[in-house]
Ligand binder design. Structure first.
Ligand code: GAP
Length: 455
């Protein structure tokens, strides 16, 4: 399926979804820039998430914390000591690889293996680097991106670009309690950037160094963790439906004890059938009271909760659903990418759900050089824009066939065309359906109603 990924990457560049980061300087590995259509798709993905998990609920509090945080946050959370990947070096070229990836490539499942086990298997099997050279010892490589704050650089100026958005919510738990006085259970939700110095960024936007997460820290009483975990498990599935993912391509994986993050007592990974294999899309973890307790010790600030009803004071436990924005976008794109034969021609189109497609509808005059068609098309465009702000595109480039092809490739579900009958016979406009290529005539009001009912 390499071929499909190449086609998706090429479409993303050609149509302005995703570009290589710093491309004109030769790129920067593990970074990607979202172009105009990528931003539109990403915003729709994020808005659906924010709607489901924040706006439609009474128990959720939105946050937008700083990316740079006091280094002690990450000492307390365990990331300074333990947020690492297994690194192994090509002894000749000095190039570095992920030991678990090399094992996978050699047909060995690295799940559950500690670093010394990986080292042992690599030696036993006599594995070499992809260049065919001998490999060194498997070592821990901390994935946090470190920076220095202020003019003087010493130990105290060290800061990290957050490796997960979660930290910004735990350290603000007391602020939200003190300012909004929520009752348990309640959650904090955040969409934002996170950074990981991945040893081997790969598979386009799947594994990157600068990523975006949509995360919830849901604070509960310890004895209710199972029911809350189940409730979020269902909500994660519902969200995969919101963005239009084929349900048979999403799978749950119960993460084994030895593979869970240091803070988790239970984790389910939601995996997706990407063109390069079944890989992690989202995570759902029961983080217990690990973080609030660790930050209480680290900061010496009491992060407990007083339950007015039972008159008990305790440290809440946490259920954490965590969603990668880029991985959602890649899952949506790879699921939607379709090639078919329409009218005797091979075409490529994105079968995107109208909920996430960058544009809902494209409006065009049949011919560009006819002022009466242009004026009417502009009028229809403006009327539709009022109903679907930001989701209507005016397209008068090239001939109508080229426009349909372009709109198909960016996943626009409907194309509306103003032709001579629209003006001369007042018979309405044509609306073309992306997936079938079929057209019908409707009045502008009917088209608007139809689209409203199909979002
Ligand atoms: N707060 C929990 C946490 O960060 P994680 O499993 O390390 O857990 C959560 O990451 C999600 O973030 C993943 O399921 C994935 O969607 C996304 N993610 C993690 N690392 C990523 C990377 N290097 N590139 C792209 N997305 C990533």
């Amino acid at each position: 399926m390499e071929n499909k990924m190449e086609k998706i990457i090429s479409l993303c560049k050609r149509r302005g979804f995703v570009f290589q980061g710093s491309e004109i300087y030769g790129g920067l590995a593990g970074t990607w820039d979202y172009g105009p259509l990528g931003v539109a798709l990403k915003n729709n993905i994020q808005n659906l998430w924010w709607k489901r998990f924040v706006l439609d609920r009474e128990d959720m509090y939105g946050m937008d914390a700083a990316i740079l945080m006091n280094q002690n946050v990450w000492k307390s959370s365990g990331h300074v000591a333990g947020f690492s990947d297994p690194l192994v070096e090509d002894l000749k070229t000095k190039k570095r690889y992920r030991a678990d990836h090399l094992l996978e490539d050699a047909g060995v499942d690295p799940k559950g293996m500690k670093f010394p086990d990986m080292d042992k298997v690599i030696k036993e099997k006599g594995l070499k680097s992809p260049e065919g050279n001998p490999l060194g010892e498997v070592r821990q490589f901390n994935m946090m991106l470190q920076t220095s704050i202020g003019a003087i650089q010493d130990d105290s100026s060290v800061s990290y670009l957050r490796p997960e958005t979660a930290g910004g919510m735990f350290v603000n738990f007391k602020n939200v309690l003190d300012s909004l006085h929520p009752k348990l259970p309640f959650g904090m939700a955040q969409i934002g950037k996170a950074f990981r110095n991945e040893i081997a960024p790969r598979d386009f936007i799947f594994r990157v160094r600068e990523l975006e997460q949509m995360e919830i820290e849901y604070f509960i009483k310890a004895d209710s963790w199972k029911e809350n975990f189940e409730a979020f498990r269902k909500e994660v599935w519902e969200y995969t439906k919101d963005v239009g993912l084929s349900q048979d391509k999403v799978h749950e994986l119960e993460v084994a004890d030895e593979d869970r993050a240091h803070y988790s007592k239970r984790t389910i990974d939601f995996e997706f059938d990407f063109p390069f294999g079944k890989k992690e899309l989202y995570g759902l973890a029961y983080r217990t009271d690990f973080d609030l307790k660790a930050h209480t010790v680290g900061s010496t600030v009491d992060l407990s909760y007083f339950d007015e009803e039972t008159k008990e004071r305790y440290v809440p436990h946490v259920i954490e659903p965590s969603f990668g924005v880029g991985r959602t976008l890649l899952a949506v794109l790879s699921d939607a990418y379709t090639e078919d034969n329409l009218g005797g021609e091979v075409r490529t189109f994105l079968k995107l759900s109208p909920k996430v497609a960058p544009f809902l509808v494209a409006v065009s005059p049949l011919l560009k050089n006819k002022p009466e068609l242009m004026t009417k098309a502009r009028e229809v465009y403006n009327a539709m824009r009022k109903v679907f702000p930001g989701r209507v595109i005016f397209d008068d480039n090239g001939n109508i066939g080229k426009r349909y092809r372009r709109q198909d490739e960016i996943g626009t579900p409907y194309c509306v065309v103003i032709d001579f009958d629209t003006i001369e016979k007042n018979t309405g406009v044509t609306i073309r359906h992306r997936d079938t290529g079929e057209q019908e005539r409707k009045s502008v009001e009917e088209v608007i109603e139809y689209i409203k009912n199909n979002i």
